[in-house]
Design a protein around this ligand. Sequence first.
Ligand code: SF4
Length: 110
Amino acid sequence: MKIAMINCLKANEVCTGAGCLKAFNGRTKHFEQYAGTDLELVAMARCNGCEAGIDEGFKEKLDRIVSIGTEVCHVGVCTVRKDLGKECPVITEALEYLQERGIKIVRGTH
Ligand code: SF4
């Protein structure tokens, strides 16, 4: 099964992706549901930042995630905006775009 992950660009300042990859590789946390399943991590994408929103570059990344046959896209908790108390609207829009193209969305990685 082909899995992609999307995270917040701001998280790059402190994030190595190690937590997501540890959970993915060990089939723990939000990847526990795939125990015994053959998984392929096909993309680890970030948004292009708050100012960019869904710009051409981000759209290109989303289209790439679709074109490579991604079946499920996991979304990091870093995409929840503390100031809003909910998921970043840019990410919500991006996930809707993927969902409309047949990709299942799972909120959470580790
Ligand atoms: S647009 Fe949202 S997900 Fe992207 S950097 Fe800004 S707060 Fe993070």
